[in-house]
Ligand binder design. Structure first.
Ligand code: G
Ligand code: G
Ligand code: MN
Ligand code: NA
Length: 262
């Protein structure tokens, strides 16, 4: 494990040198398996250590504030990629792009304008972008401003997703009257739905409430057919996980799209 200080300066260097890349994991329509969107997941291409996954650097990036320039790059790169998909797949519609946004990034003044500008100069329509915000972002003191900004983004036509739902403290009722389109159910609940009644009931409850609020649901961490079949029975429309695909590199992703639609 790299020392934190060392990690921080290496990360600073990586931000300046552009040593990041994105991988993309399909979000699929559960009944058909077709991709409706892709989640962009950042990777650090370290010159000597190889590819480093975000669990090893996101926390330090957030603490140091380096998440802000890194996140700006992620958004721009994800939008350039979806612009390419739109050109390549036309006249067929392209899947949307889902981008993780950290608390720190979201609190940066001008975040909404940054998103608007990035859409404008990449020529991507707002409907082709989804932003994933973790549930814990919404638990802080400046809640009202956060909701107002989410409302503005959503009025632009961008989809808003709550990521890792179920891991925070928010009750289901908290979702009412909120500018949210998509609830992503955390994979820790999906792991257990085939063996235990309690997570099954919880996931069933999230799905039925979200449906009644006209929100759509993505179940994360679907690793086998048994998970998928339980979720289909519960009426879950969308899913993500190793059963369908692990996150794919930029060159693999178009091949996956072609293979899965033929
Ligand atoms: O594949 P995986 O190891 O990629 O991702 C681990 C975690 O890192 C996920 O929980 C995800 O939310 C987070 N993550 C991945 N990419 C990004 C990113 O671009 N920005 C932020 N803020 N978090 C990310
Ligand atoms: O927290 P977030 O949901 O953004 O993170 C997605 C993370 O989950 C990434 O690290 C990704 O690689 C990982 N992931 C995606 N599909 C699966 C899966 O089916 N099982 C497990 N264990 N992890 C997955
Ligand atoms: Mn996510
Ligand atoms: Na998640």
């Amino acid at each position: 494990m790299v020392e934190r200080l060392e990690l921080r300066s290496a990360l600073d260097h990586a931000v300046n040198e552009g040593h990041f890349l994105l991988h993309y994991q399909p979000i699929v329509d559960l009944p058909t398996g077709a991709a409706v969107g892709f989640e962009a997941l950042v990777r650090w291409h370290h010159p000597t250590r190889g590819v480093i996954t975000p669990d090893q650097f996101i926390e330090v990036a957030e603490e140091s504030g380096l998440i802000v320039p890194m996140g700006r790059w992620v958004l721009e790169e994800a939008l350039r990629t979806v612009a390419d998909w739109r050109r390549i797949l036309a006249p067929a519609p392209a899947p949307y792009m889902s981008v993780n946004v950290s608390v720190r990034q979201f609190r940066e003044p001008g975040f909404v304008d940054q998103v608007r500008a990035a859409l404008h100069h990449t020529g991507v329509p707002p409907e082709s972008l989804m932003l994933e915000i973790t549930e814990t972002l919404l638990m802080k003191d400046d809640e009202q401003r956060v909701w107002a900004d989410l409302g503005t983004l959503r009025e632009m036509g961008i989809r808003i997703a709550i990521d890792d739902f179920g891991t925070g403290y928010s009750s289901l009722g908290y979702l009412r009257q909120r500018p949210i389109d998509v609830v992503k159910i955390d994979k820790t609940f999906i792991d257990d739905i085939v063996v235990s009644a309690q997570p099954l009931a919880l996931v069933g409850g999230i799905i039925s409430l979200a449906r009644s609020l006209q929100m759509t649901i993505v179940a994360e961490g679907i690793e086998d057919v048994a998970h998928r079949d339980v979720l289909l029975q519960l009426g879950c429309p969308l899913g993500q996980g190793f059963l369908f695909s692990s996150p794919l590199g930029p060159t693999e992703v178009l091949a996956w799209m072609r293979a899965s639609t033929s």
